[in-house]
Design a protein around this ligand. Sequence first.
Ligand SMILES: *Cc1c(COP(=O)(O)O)cnc(C)c1O
Length: 434
Amino acid sequence: MSSQTTPQTTSDELFTRSLKVAPGGVHSPVRAFKSVGGIPQFFASAKGAYLKGVEGKQFVDFCQSFGPLILGHLDDEVLDVVKESVHLAWSFGACEPYSLELAEWITSRIPWVEKLRFVSSGTEAVMSAIRLARGYTKKNKILKFSGCYHGHVDSLLVKAGSGLAGLAASDSSGVSDNTARETLVAPLDDEKAFLDIVQNNKNDLAAVIIEPLPANYGLLLQRKEFIKKIAEVCKQNSVLLIFDEVISGFRVALGGMAEVLDIRPDLVTYGKVIGGGFPVGCYGGKKEIMDFVAPSGPVYQAGTLSANPIGMRAGLATLKKVEREKVYQTLEMRTEKFSFELEKLLCEYVGPMKVVHQASIFWMHSDSGRSIRRFEDISKDHAENFKKIFHALLDQGVYLAPSGYEVGFLGYAHTESILHESLAKIKMALKSSF
Ligand SMILES: *Cc1c(COP(=O)(O)O)cnc(C)c1O
């Protein structure tokens, strides 16, 4: 499907212009290709499993907008709903039935989400859930895990500090030391370290937040017992447990990792898939806690474009199709097979590598002979190795997220024949570059 027309413009030209008007030329850092080098590819359109570059070149898309597009780009069924919605209203700033329909759909299927509030991004969902946890418990500290990402919320842009166990340090300029001090950081995969930090801080600790499937610094598959232990310790110490399911929610199962692990968090945050590609986020959980949110309770949270009707209807259309067509089973089978074949190719041409996967999420890393459960365990040369693989694939028309720490996604539009074709391209790419 290569385009024969003369390109109107090139990524090169567009990036030069972008650098003049946006920091680093982008509106979200990873898009800048900083960790893989080179000029970012600009895209003009997309359909199904494919992206079309501004130069007319076609790419198989394994980034899928970093996760929201579980059905692929412009799914026909969702597209019809979006077209219809555009003619109804773009925004009301008032009550409407569309968010109600999505809220009822979710709460009727996910019993631990008794009430919910829609927002416009994953970051906003997390930020609000944390405020709510503080307001509800009347405590101030939050514990997060090193190797989990929760959006660009100030208090969570922290890393493990040196010195006393659990103390955090700012991980971004602009996040003050005072803010960082309200957050504790524990390592993943270490029950004892976690227990110690909780016991030393339980009188101040409002909540523990975790990505139950850490998928933002590689795919760090956790032991179920570890997450179970966290839930247990939280309960025993009257600390709220927040599952950040912005990436895993509606992606690994309708009920996300809470369903997969059979663990019930007090609060949960969603984003990405919930809006089917539109800016939607959500936080929800126990009624008793959610009723602390304004206007029924004292914790303030609001949004001009919250529950945007187009996003609400696109999200609902996406989730309905996912449920009706048993998308999870299909995606899981295809991802397993694809990961297996990809790993074989990487091992043949690049060296000992692993492709770990869960549901429709996959991640490649060099094989050190043991499972990587913490981001500290990722080999130091990982980013450098990924660079070469990334560009080899890009040249052949296979697009991965432009960082070795980002995971890959399959969407329902990645049919078996498209995956077959992709593996052939990947083989060619690796053969000619390694
Ligand atoms: C993507 C992500 C976020 C942030 O969501 P945005 O919509 O990018 O603000 C938060 N938490 C997790 C687990 C995520 O994957």
